[in-house]
Design a protein around this ligand. Structure first.
Ligand code: TMP
Length: 210
């Protein structure tokens, strides 16, 4: 099947909300329907950006100045857009991306205090006008999501998972505040079952692509 046009779908939310599981399920769903899609992630998605990801997700919480950290995320994004996202959309395929710009506004903006005007200026320069068509915001009680993260691998938490409860709580509130600001945002109650959430997502996607 040939898609009508390239479609860009992003998954956003805090740690342990289940968005990576759901982005994979959506990718499998497209494959089963012979719809051309790719599944990718940020920070990362291509060799150079995965190298930058290692610098960002490993090590101590305060290893970077917040502005350096914002620049690194944007550097990774620039390569990812240039090498993967843009060419794939130009081939009229669907791009599913686990995190994108909204994560920078949440983590480096709200979480680490980098000004939104600086982040917006950077973003404008690097995105080449590429914007998600639909963004699922995964929302769940912080106590539940952080418990899930600790259960995953207590000794191998990434740098962001080590930030304190109030950091994660502010990020959750920011993501929730995006709902209704743009039509592309869809709130997902991440406390529901994997099957229920997948069905909800595919219902929205079918409205988008058909
Ligand atoms: P994850 O892929 O397991 O969610 O880990 C990536 C981490 O990177 C996640 O904790 C959020 C963080 N992040 C930012 O701080 N800013 C960004 O722009 C992106 C894309 C991710």
């Amino acid at each position: 099947m040939i898609n009508k046009k390239g479609v860009f779908i992003t998954f956003e939310g805090g740690e342990g909300t289940g968005k990576s599981t759901q982005s994979k399920l959506l990718y499998d769903y497209f494959n089963k329907k012979n719809i051309n899609s790719i599944l990718t992630r940020e920070p990362g998605g291509c060799k150079e950006s995965e190298e930058i990801r290692n610098l960002l997700v490993n090590g101590e919480i305060n290893k970077w100045d917040p502005i350096t950290e914002a620049l690194l995320h944007n550097a990774a994004r620039k390569e990812h857009i240039k090498q993967i996202i843009k060419p794939t959309l130009l081939q009229n395929k669907i791009v599913i991306c686990d995190r994108f710009i909204d994560s920078t506004m949440a983590y480096q903006g709200v979480g680490l205090g980098v000004s939104s005007s600086f982040l917006n200026t950077l973003s404008k320069e690097i995105t080449e006008n590429i914007k998600p068509d639909m963004t699922f915001i995964f929302d769940i009680d912080i106590d539940i999501s952080l418990k899930r993260v600790k259960k995953r691998d207590k000794n191998n938490m990434n740098r962001y998972e080590k930030f304190d409860q109030s950091f994660h709580s502010n990020i959750r509130e920011y993501f929730r505040s995006l709902i209704n600001t743009e039509e592309r945002y869809i709130l997902i109650d991440a406390s529901k079952s994997i099957e229920e959430i997948h069905l909800q997502i595919t219902n929205y996607i079918n409205l988008l692509i058909n």
